[in-house]
Design a protein around this ligand. Structure first.
Ligand code: SF4
Ligand code: SF4
Length: 371
């Protein structure tokens, strides 16, 4: 059993974001209860929810809190300043979460999804000091934050906030060297400060469970008993400073698969690490738009096209060929206009791009694929 923030907790965390659903889209708390029991029976204890996961905290109350002794599990929730109207509203989220969960206190409480885009709001609302106050009051037991920004910002936050006892990072074997996500550099920054890491999205939102054919062949050749998703989860769990790996399990089959290799976790051996390297190389061979999301191109676009976000959708599509998912993401990014097809070909953007990307050509392909 691994130790995390002084608590004895197994390495797998149950992410309560993609819970099983009934036909009417409500959370199926009967199936969830069976999953919760199986998870606890395996000696695992970490449950991860958030104020903004719709229905999740209430479902945790039914399936977990009301059915098991308080000392048999650890519950996590998160304060999301982006989802608040103002400071008072942000600070009240803990009360709402406590009420929804009915667990008396929250074991691990996080500032949610910090990045360059929102870090100032968390400062302006005084939420770091507020976290310390909550801990002193006994409403929470440990302070952390989840993070989606650059290694430079992470370095600054860890330096300025020694009260952060852990950090939750997006790490998986494909994003390990990705120039935007920069999983490796973020992980190494946490190691530098000796801050334990909780990993979110180890299977990249489920996509690494259904990787491109070239990658699938490598993993299937390496083992005919291990699931494709298990490689992704074991890769992150093998990192020394990773103490918890969250898996957003949606059904019993996923739960059983995860438990089969995480109940008594064994890190990847040398031969298995070589397999992951091969898979990473196969991913690297798949063509991608080399956009670094610097946004130099967007300020002067007369059609307000969010070029890097559209490229992100296209890159993901070229990797995983999940058309429905790509179309949904595209619709989200262009909900307020700025479709690829709106481009008038003024070429302002191409003059700004340090990567010399033929932006208009790619926008044409994106419009053809998703509009
Ligand atoms: S070429 Fe298209 S995308 Fe580029 S600045 Fe002009 S309108 Fe915007
Ligand atoms: S300028 Fe080039 S690299 Fe930067 S965001 Fe635009 S397309 Fe991407």
């Amino acid at each position: 059993m691994s130790t995390f923030c002084g608590e004895e907790i197994g390495k797998l965390g149950f992410g309560l974001m993609r819970l099983p659903r009934n036909e009417d889209k409500t959370i199926n708390t009967d199936e969830m209860s069976v999953m919760v029991d199986r998870f606890l029976d395996a000696g695992l204890k970490y449950f991860d929810t958030a104020y903004v996961y719709e229905g999740s905290e209430e479902a945790a109350k039914i399936a977990l809190v009301q059915r098991h002794p308080r000392e048999s599990y650890f519950i996590t929730s998160k304060l999301n300043a982006n989802a608040a109207k103002d400071e008072a509203d942000a600070k009240n989220q803990i009360n709402v979460s406590l009420e929804r969960l009915g667990a008396g206190y929250i074991d691990f409480y996080l500032l949610h999804a910090l990045s360059e885009k929102n870090v100032d709001i968390y400062d302006a609302y005084g939420l770091w000091d507020y976290m310390k106050q909550l801990k002193e009051e006994g409403k929470i037991r440990h302070i952390g934050f989840s993070f989606h920004g650059s290694p430079e910002l992470l370095d600054r936050l860890l330096k300025e906030h020694p009260e952060a006892e852990f950090v939750q990072l997006q790490i998986n074997y494909v994003d390990w060297e990705d120039p935007i996500v920069q999983s490796r550099r973020c992980y190494e920054t946490a190691v530098k400060y000796n801050v334990p890491v909780v990993v979110m999205e180890p299977v990249k939102g489920g996509t690494l469970a259904v990787p491109p054919q070239s990658v699938r062949e490598i993993l299937e050749k390496a083992s005919d008993t291990m699931s494709i998703a298990s490689w992704a989860i074991r890769f992150v769990a093998s990192l020394e400073n990773v103490k918890i790996v969250l898996s957003g399990m949606s059904n019993l089959a996923q739960m059983d698969d995860n438990l089969s290799y995480m109940k008594d976790f064994q890190p990847l051996n040398e031969a298995e690490q070589a397999v992951i390297k091969e898979a990473q190389e196969a991913f690297a061979k798949i063509p991608q738009i080399p956009c670094t999301a610097c946004h130099y191109c967007t300020g002067g676009c007369p059609m307000q096209i969010n070029i890097p976000e559209l490229f992100k959708v296209m890159n993901r599509y070229m990797l995983f060929h999940q058309e429905e998912d790509a179309k949904r993401r595209y619709a989200g990014v262009t909900a307020e206009g700025g479709k690829a097809g709106d481009c008038i070909g003024c070429l302002q953007c191409e003059g700004e791009c340090p990567q010399h990307i033929h932006i208009t050509e790619w926008l044409g392909k994106i419009a053809e694929a998703f509009e």
